[in-house]
Design a protein around this ligand. Structure first.
Ligand code: BTN
Length: 227
């Protein structure tokens, strides 16, 4: 059984949904607006009305930590498949941004819980710019579906399509087909060090393999790619 809540306004759906952690219940919380949306690396995520903001909490049985990358693949690909159904061409910027026309349309924040070498629960937060205005400070790097299509679309239909696309699951091979990085020259920032490299492959454990053989893990690095 999954609990579903649709809120008009909340600080962050990723925070709100944590009340179901203690109850150990699968849940989905959606909000029309967030006042303190959270991004990766402690950043904030601007979440104005017109966008789709949701978090999905799932308790797992039998998912090993080494396979936890599948949660990211399934989430990113559910968004990709939904965008394709709305006639836009998405790309995935490893590990968790979805781009359209070289600008970010969706961000995904995953906060999983582990028990030994098993995944206890996954908490996936997805924010998609649908009909919302893009704030001035991110206009150069972010885009909405409304801008990409030149018209508003129904957030409800997008939400339903996204839910259906979550059910089917996806493979790392599917994910790689939409990668914005593979075969491209990228700029890697690792702590104080900045260097250029070519992204060669994404492995089954989610690591990004550079043509030098070096493996990069999500969260450890910042990346820029020239399109
Ligand atoms: C990122 O791009 O850095 C990740 C952004 C994730 C935003 C979503 S919106 C719904 C959920 N609630 C949050 O506070 N964050 C995620």
């Amino acid at each position: 059984m999954m609990i579903i809540e649709h809120l008009a306004k909340v600080d962050s759906t990723n925070e709100y949904i944590k009340k179901y952690l203690k109850k150990r219940k699968d849940a989905l919380v959606r909000a029309d607006e967030q006042t303190a949306g959270k991004g990766t690396k402690g950043r904030s995520f601007i979440s104005q009305k017109g966008g789709l903001y949701l978090s999905k909490l799932t308790f797992h049985e039998g998912l090993a930590v080494k396979d936890a990358w599948s949660i990211m693949v399934d989430s990113a690909m559910a968004v990709v498949k939904t965008l394709l159904a709305f006639n836009v061409e998405p790309q995935i910027k490893w590990p968790n941004d979805i781009w359209v026309n070289g600008k970010k349309i969706c961000g995904i924040l995953i906060q999983n819980g582990f028990c030994g070498d098993m995944v206890d629960y996954s908490l996936v937060g997805i924010g998609i710019n649908v009909n919302n205005e893009i704030a001035d400070e991110i206009k150069d790097i972010a885009i909405s579906l409304k801008q990409a299509l030149g018209k508003e679309i129904s957030v409800e239909s997008f939400f339903l399509s996204l839910m259906l696309n979550f059910v089917s699951g996806s493979s790392i091979e599917d994910y790689k087909k939409f990668s914005a990085l593979l075969g491209k020259k990228i700029t890697v920032t690792k702590g104080e060090v900045v260097y250029e490299a070519v992204a060669e492959d994404i492995l089954n454990n989610g690591a990004l393999k550079l043509s030098s053989g070096e493996l990069l893990y999500a969260g450890e690095v910042g990346l820029k790619v020239s399109l």
